[in-house]
Design a protein around this ligand. Structure first.
Ligand SMILES: NC(=O)c1ccc[n+]([C@@H]2O[C@H](COP(=O)([O-])OP(=O)(O)OC[C@H]3O[C@@H](n4cnc5c(N)ncnc54)[C@H](OP(=O)(O)O)[C@@H]3O)[C@@H](O)[C@H]2O)c1
Length: 327
């Protein structure tokens, strides 16, 4: 089967198209013919072994390999068809159209992927293509997680910093579905699209610092590393919540202190990838409350170009690699 392989950390050019043996489903596994996979910032970070949150390199070094990549095929979030089911794998049948995560096994930049049937994988939303469904798990899981932590009530004012990314675009839609009034912060050219997703107000981060606007919000969902922590907390209404998607070690400590010693709550907990949350997202999608957020579609063999696009940051939503129907 065709797969995208990298043998050493480095720039996007280290990604190469190779022929690998087609995997087979183990006893408790399913074999999936991958139809689409999201190229994510995390894939890029693993490929380059450079992390936007610098301390991440430490816990990642062992699972990702010390001298060379332990998982030479990247790709976490995919959509595809089940083509084989292991003798003791439950819950799937050949022909099921599914989407989900391969977790730290990675391996979805390939024509086929064998994964435990117990992983967070479910049938894909009926109203999405494979390509659209592959763009859901990363942004959707994290957005749902943080919007749950936000405990939004109808009419709450929510600011999303970094609103144009895969997490932010899902978060806008989920927040609107829960009745919040959303201010989106991102680059100016994304304004129209972010308003179309449901933002009521927009701030261009290159022209204005939202923390110096004199405005306050009930919740700030912040995905931008290195935001001015103190000013973000001061931009909250009494009892407000600060949700940090990209914490530094110092931010983690300050979040704990804010929650302990003020009337505000600050949190940075990471999203868990569960089937239950994916089912909840599927329900939001099938009811029309959350729509697709695909920016660019490229064929699998252009994975290096997809990584360049992800790293250029100049995008609105997900970059998805489509896997042609091959062998
Ligand atoms: N905590 C968790 O569980 C978790 C999980 C996954 C990811 N993350 C992190 O969360 C972040 C967001 O993920 P994502 O996939 O949505 O990323 P993404 O798709 O790269 O989106 C980031 C967005 O932020 C914008 N941006 C960049 N600098 C900004 C600034 N100074 N002020 C406001 N907006 C700015 C970018 O716009 P431009 O086009 O202008 O650059 C882009 O639209 C990533 O850094 C990722 O590492 C956290």
């Amino acid at each position: 089967m065709k797969a995208i392989v990298y043998e050493a950390s480095g720039p996007p050019e280290v990604l190469e198209v190779r022929d690998l043996p087609k995997p087979s489903a183990g006893e408790k596994e399913i074999l999936i013919r991958i139809r689409a996979v999201e190229a994510t910032k995390s894939d890029c970070e693993m490929r380059g072994f450079r992390w936007s949150v610098s301390w991440f390199w430490l816990p990642m070094r062992l699972p990702m390999g010390v001298r060379r990549p332990r998982r030479p095929v990247l790709g976490f979030y995919f959509a595809g068809e089940v083509v084989a089911v292991g003798a003791r794998a439950r819950g799937f049948a050949v022909g099921d159209e599914v989407f989900g995560s391969s977790n730290l096994r990675l391996g979805a930049y390939a024509e086929y992927l064998a994964v435990p049937a117990a992983f967070a994988i479910i049938t894909k939303p009926a109203n999405m293509t494979f390509t659209e469904a592959a763009a859901v798990p990363l942004g959707g899981w994290n957005a749902l997680h943080f919007m749950d932590l936000a405990e939004l009530k109808p009419g709450d004012e929510l600011l999303i910093n970094g609103a144009g990314g895969s997490i932010g675009t899902h978060a806008i839609q989920i927040a609107r579905a829960r009745g919040a009034i959303v201010t989106a912060v991102d680059a100016a050219h994304k304004e129209d699209a972010l308003r179309a997703y449901g933002a009521s107000d927009f701030i261009d981060y290159r022209a204005e610092d939202f923390t110096r606007r004199g405005q306050r919000w009930d919740v700030i969902f912040d995905m931008v590393p290195g935001s001015p922590y103190g000013r973000c907390i001061r931009a909250l209404n009494p009892g407000g919540r600060y949700l940090c998607g990209n914490p530094t070690l110092a931010t983690m400590v300050r979040c704990a202190l804010t929650s302990r010693f003020s009337d505000k709550r600050a949190t940075f907990t990471f999203a868990k990838e569960t089937r239950e949350a994916l089912e909840a997202l599927k329900t939001l999608i099938e009811s029309g409350q959350v729509g697709p957020i695909v920016d660019t579609v490229l064929p699998l063999e252009q994975a290096a170009e997809a990584h360049r696009r992800v790293e250029s940051e100049d995008r609105l939503g997900a970059i998805v690699l489509e896997v042609p129907l091959g062998t």
